[in-house]
Design a protein around this ligand. Structure first.
Ligand code: 26A
Ligand code: 26A
Length: 368
């Protein structure tokens, strides 16, 4: 007997049946089920030669905090290389990616911006893509920016956090924002936020653990494992899902004195670390650019998911590919889909983002 027939006969019983058939149905009535925290940034992105990398002492594929010697790079990208201004910020990109695959009003994001044109552009991009924005506004500091230096398939990110550095726990704990936290079922925090407000990350992690909700983080960049290790270790017990890439895995291993360089072994090690909420087991997901995605869970065999190759002429740039992966992965997680579907959707959206300029997705929307 199909569901329609059951509905006709039994009326109220149908809800129960639908929930059994479609785990997402349980969530579909709920708005803002996914809550994100990160550093809202405007990307100033340009294709350059490797001379720009050399001039500023940058690696071709990296993310760093700007020191004084890097500060002229933004003007240089704008004046010499015809840079584009794009909505960025790693967690914000991922949240827009999650919204891309979810019903309207599923996502809400917090972080700190200034009161300026850059903030207006971020607001507009989020509104266009259906990500609800609840920024803390620091009127005395400009909105953060990220210089994105594209050389071939590589991207080097140089960030001046500015207002993004001034996010405060008090904002998260304010009655109207905390209400959104209590309403949400899934949390996503960029590892990058470890440089800003560890207390806010802890507050979300503790809430998720206490209420058996799902807490997801991203390792975000190698330097965080090196220089923000204490903060990272303090929030590790909250990780239900931890996402990252191969260079971040290697940096985590080195910072923690692991002897191995095998991404699979590093993933398995992290999966087995102690957890705050033992009702959920941890899942570790490492992407490796064009190579396969590795997923480790404690006590289970590690799964290696192949990635379809993209040819050079299909690649516009790789800025935001990892965030897009995280975004669609999160979206499918919220929908209650299998791990395999989460990874497949992540790969699909990452590859769509790679075919667009910057951390952007194609509109009109493609369906997964
Ligand atoms: C603290 N740092 C360095 C950062 C970032 C960052 N987002 C938050 N915090 N550095 C770069 N990004 C963003 O990463 C995206 C690509 O994954 C960039 O804005 C870019 O859009
Ligand atoms: C650079 N090349 C050749 C790539 C990719 C890629 N997929 C195919 N070819 N670089 C990145 N990706 C996709 O983005 C995710 C996050 O890096 C992969 O799906 C990867 O898991």
């Amino acid at each position: 007997m199909n569901v329609d027939v059951v509905a006709a006969i039994t009326g109220s019983c149908v809800h129960y049946r639908l929930e059994l058939l479609d785990p997402y149905h349980k969530m579909s009535g709920k708005e803002y089920v996914l809550f994100g925290l990160g550093n809202p940034l405007l990307d100033i992105q340009a294709n350059t030669g490797t001379d720009v990398l050399e001039k500023y002492g940058l690696k071709a594929n990296d993310a760093i905090l700007a020191e004084d010697k890097h500060k002229p790079i933004y003007d240089e990208l704008m004046t010499k290389y015809d840079a584009k201004f794009l909505a960025g910020g790693a967690a914000q990109n991922a949240m827009r990616g999650a919204q891309y695959v979810l019903p309207p009003k599923s996502t809400v994001y917090v972080g700190c911006v200034g009161k300026d044109k850059f903030a207006e552009q971020l607001h507009a991009a989020n509104e266009r893509e259906g990500l609800r924005t609840e920024y803390l506004v620091d009127e005395s500091t400009p909105t953060g920016k990220c210089g994105v230096v594209i050389t071939g398939n590589n991207r080097s990110l140089v960030t001046d956090l500015a207002a993004a550095n001034n996010y405060k726990l008090e904002h998260l704990k304010s009655p109207e924002i905390w209400k959104l936290v209590e309403n949400a079922e899934f949390f996503y925090v960029g590892g990058f936020h470890l440089t800003v407000c560890v207390d806010a990350i802890k507050a979300l992690g503790e809430h998720a653990a206490e209420t058996n909700k799902t807490f997801v983080m991203n390792l975000s960049a190698p330097f965080l494992c090196q220089f923000f290790k204490d903060g990272m270790d303090a929030v590790t017990p909250y990780w239900d899902y931890i996402l990252g890439n191969e260079s971040e895995a290697a940096a985590w291993a080195e910072a923690h004195g692991l002897e191995t360089t095998s991404v699979q072994e590093i993933a398995e090690h992290i999966a087995a670390l102690p957890k705050a909420n033992n009702k959920r087991e941890r899942t570790v997901v490492f992407t490796q650019g064009a190579e396969s995605v590795i997923v480790a869970r404690p006590g289970k065999e590690t799964v290696v998911y192949p990635v379809p190759k993209l040819s050079d002429d299909e690649i516009v740039d790789t800025n935001g590919a990892g965030d897009a992966f995280a975004g669609a992965f999160l979206g499918m997680l919220v929908k209650g889909e299998s791990l395999e579907t989460c990874v497949e959707a992540g790969t699909w959206l990452a590859q769509l983002a790679i075919k667009e300029v910057g951390p952007s997705f194609p509109y009109p929307k493609h369906g997964f």
